[in-house]
Design a protein around this ligand. Structure first.
Ligand code: DGY
Length: 338
């Protein structure tokens, strides 16, 4: 079988894939143009891609031999999953292996915002420091404050685990309504489930950890932001479009909320000039999972799923298991015809 990879995989993942398939890889870290992906996909059975690669029905129509797309990311908002399912294309993602790295960055951003670390760094570098002062660069304690976690999935839980060590009280929102999970979260993190409005009102710190779906686009809009406290620190490491970016910038400019840590943006990689001009914002270029260990684990999980699927086993990290039957039938037909 033939695979196209839109980037360079880590060594172990690359070795495993090469042992299994004929691999064509784009050997650069620069994003690929869609037309180049289309061209290189000719005759390929599978695509290993990243979140900058848009995957949709048009692509499946153009390349009907394509049977599987392994997205090297936990989020898959770059993929039209229902069109993939209709076309019998199996989609996999990389859940579970990036929770700690992402939760670490949440805390990096919380601390950087609450303790003004980036601002302080610039202050020292510019030679503006003239000596210790009682009121120099005053920030906020984390200990004893309330952290609101929006989205209590794997990453949200990894954030909650760290929050306990920092002495934060935890409130959260999540999808689903089973009491058992809420009871477990209470027991494990002393975390209390609240409505989104209550979380916005009560959070001294708020971390956005839900995926981007139709129902979570602009989940945090002008009304929700208006409920937040003037000192609230908001951190987003999920997807930019979960927050209405323009409403957020307005609130930051008017100092209606305290500060913000943003690893993700609504129209990446473009970052609004108004945001760049603010000193109450810490910015990062979507690096939540960017540690050597985590990126290697993501590559390995993506390759493992691909090998399993083409060996006849439904991978655990399948996003659309409902496509499995069609995928298996396509694979069988192709083997018979070959
Ligand atoms: C993901 O996995 O969805 C991250 O945003 C990129 O690692």
């Amino acid at each position: 079988m033939k695979v196209f990879v839109t980037g360079k995989l880590s060594q172990r993942a690359s070795d495993a894939l090469m042992n299994f398939a004929q691999v064509d890889a784009y050997e650069s870290d620069e994003p690929m143009e869609r037309k180049d992906v289309e061209a290189r996909l000719e005759g390929k059975d599978a695509l290993v891609c990243i979140l900058g690669d848009k995957v949709d029905g048009e692509l499946f129509q153009l390349r009907p031999q394509l049977k599987l797309v392994a997205n090297v990311a936990v989020g898959y908002d770059n993929i039209n999953v229902s069109e993939a399912t209709d076309a019998g294309v199996l989609i996999t993602n990389t859940p579970g292996v990036l929770d700690n790295a992402t939760a670490d960055l949440v805390f990096g951003m919380l601390l950087a915002s609450a303790r003004r670390i980036v601002e302080a760094d610039g202050f020292v570098r510019r030679g503006e420091w003239t000596g210790w002062k009682r009121e120099l660069m005053l920030g906020a304690d984390l200990n004893g404050k309330t952290l609101g976690i929006i989205g209590m999935g794997r990453i949200g839980k990894a954030v909650a685990k760290r929050a306990r060590a920092f002495g934060l009280n935890i409130i959260y929102t999540r999808k689903g309504d089973d009491k058992k999970t809420d009871d477990e979260l209470k027991k494990k993190f002393d975390a209390t489930r609240v409505s989104l409005n209550e979380l916005c009102r009560r959070g001294d710190f708020i971390s956005v950890n839900c995926p981007l779906r139709k129902e979570t686009r602009h989940l945090i809009g002008r009304e929700e932001i208006a409920l937040m406290q003037p000192h609230c620190v908001l951190v987003n490491t999920s997807r930019g479009a979960v927050i209405d970016e323009e409403a957020l910038i307005d609130a930051l400019e008017q100092r209606k909320i305290g500060s913000c840590g943003l690893d993700v943006f609504e129209h990446e990689p473009s970052v609004p000039k108004r945001l760049l001009a603010l000193d109450n914002v810490v910015l990062a270029p979507h690096i939540g999972s960017a540690t050597r260990e985590t990126r290697a684990a993501m590559d390995e999980l993506a390759v493992k799923g691909l090998i399993e699927a083409f060996s006849g086993k439904l991978p655990e990290n399948t996003v659309n298991p409902e496509a499995w039957q069609k995928f298996s039938a396509n694979l069988k037909n192709q083997t018979i015809n070959a």
